[in-house]
Design a protein around this ligand. Structure first.
Ligand code: FES
Length: 102
């Protein structure tokens, strides 16, 4: 079933992600400049919290538990076989809208 989540851009810090629940899924919202990316917050390795991981300048987040890395734009890992889902994000003024299942 389609679902949407709206947050103010100002709610998302530039240095750390925020975690939200959308349609029963844990979603991590990352901000790079004024762009926002949404991925699963749960690491596919052993369910570590990707929203607590470090984000580098190239958009790669490192899971804080065992170091698997994921590109927040594609969900793909440059170093491991795992992948996380990504979700469409659109902006309406200062609001960020994430949708799933549409
Ligand atoms: S739980 Fe994320 S790398 Fe192990």
């Amino acid at each position: 079933m389609p679902a949407e989540l709206t947050v103010d851009l100002d709610e998302i810090p530039k240095s750390v992600a925020i975690r939200k629940v959308l349609g029963g899924r844990e979603i991590a919202l990352f901000r790079m400049g004024d762009e926002v990316f949404a991925i699963d917050a749960v690491c596919p390795h052993r369910r570590g919290p990707l929203d607590s991981g470090d984000l580098d300048e190239e958009g790669i987040v490192t899971c804080p538990w065992h170091g698997w890395r994921f590109d927040i734009r594609t969900g793909k890992s440059p170093t491991h076989p795992g992948q996380v889902l990504t979700y469409p994000v659109r902006r309406e003024g200062g609001r960020v809208i994430v949708s799933i299942g549409s």
